[in-house]
Design a protein around this ligand. Structure first.
Ligand code: KMH
Ligand code: ZN
Length: 274
């Protein structure tokens, strides 16, 4: 089976230090968390950034400072900025990190309810606009699908040329408003993906580790991190993103699945070697 790519979503836009004091806001904290995840076995860092007070931002200069600081410590890691940002941001605000020409970035493939009164807006035209930007700049999209309909959207836009092969999906499961993280839903989503594509699974909250296990067995890849879950086990806060990654590495070892280095992850995903 293909080696396992582990992505660490170290920060997110919504999770706060009130949820777990190790959630990174400052440049130094982001570097610390990215490094802990990388040293534990992550090859991709899914990156949101914050101002020092924790406010989410898509500011290009803030991204540049944090991406450069991470790269200075761990030059071969793949950094995948978010273009989802936080609920309520405009499209152009969200797109700012693409101006830095990262190797990858997220492309959210549909609109969904996102907690109480919030709606995470991604109309078809928004998705096309983002996808065109990524093609122009040679950025590989990670297709964020929070429900089956979003896979269908990605496939339609692929047919129209907005998304190129090989497609790479992130099945985000367990957000209130999206698909749950039950195993039957995982199998349903994976069976809906086109041949030749790759996928990672991001289980939110209590779904994180059961879905990681499923993906390890099923031949997918895994995303963990504070963006999705702050607990190492029931009631026990993780001290770092690295602890969450290390747990996935242990699970993979038990099941005989080797961990991909960043160079191997680039090869699996069809990214240029660095
Ligand atoms: N913060 C969420 C509203 C992404 O990174 O592309 C959107 C999100 C998805 O996290
Ligand atoms: Zn994200």
């Amino acid at each position: 089976m293909e080696k396992l790519i582990i992505t660490a979503a170290i920060c997110g836009a919504e999770v706060l230090k009130e949820h777990n004091p190790a959630v990174p806001y400052t440049v130094e904290e982001c570097v610390r968390e990215a490094k802990s995840a990388y040293e534990a076995g992550a090859s991709i860092i899914h990156l949101h950034v914050r101002w020092d007070d924790g406010t989410p931002t898509q500011d290009k200069d803030r991204f540049k400072i944090i991406m450069d600081a991470i790269k200075a410590e761990i030059p071969d890691v793949i950094i995948q900025p978010s273009t989802g940002g936080a609920v309520g941001m405009s499209n152009d605000e969200r797109l700012q990190p693409t101006e830095l020409n990262p190797e990858m970035a997220t492309l959210d493939c549909g609109t969904l309810n996102f907690g109480g009164d919030e709606v995470f807006m991604n109309t078809e035209n928004t998705i096309k606009y983002f996808a065109e930007r990524m093609i122009e700049r040679g950025i590989k999209p990670e297709l964020e699908c929070f429900d089956k309909s979003m896979i269908d959207m990605a496939l339609r836009l692929h047919k129209k040329g907005y998304i190129k092969d090989p497609m790479h999906f992130d099945l985000v499961m367990g957000v209130n408003g999206g698909i749950t993280g039950e195993l039957r839903d995982f199998v349903f989503l994976v069976d809906s993906l086109p041949a030749g594509s790759t996928y990672t699974v991001a289980g939110v909250g209590r779904f994180e580790f059961p879905l990681a296990m499923a993906a390890i067995i099923y031949g997918g890849h895994v995303r963990v991190g504070f963006e999705d879950n702050v607990y190492l086990s029931k009631g026990v806060l993780a001290k770092s993103n690295g602890e969450l990654v290390a747990k996935v590495v242990r699970m993979a070892k038990e099941l005989g699945r080797e961990i991909a280095t960043p160079a191997e992850a680039r090869q699996i995903l069809g990214l240029k070697a660095i």
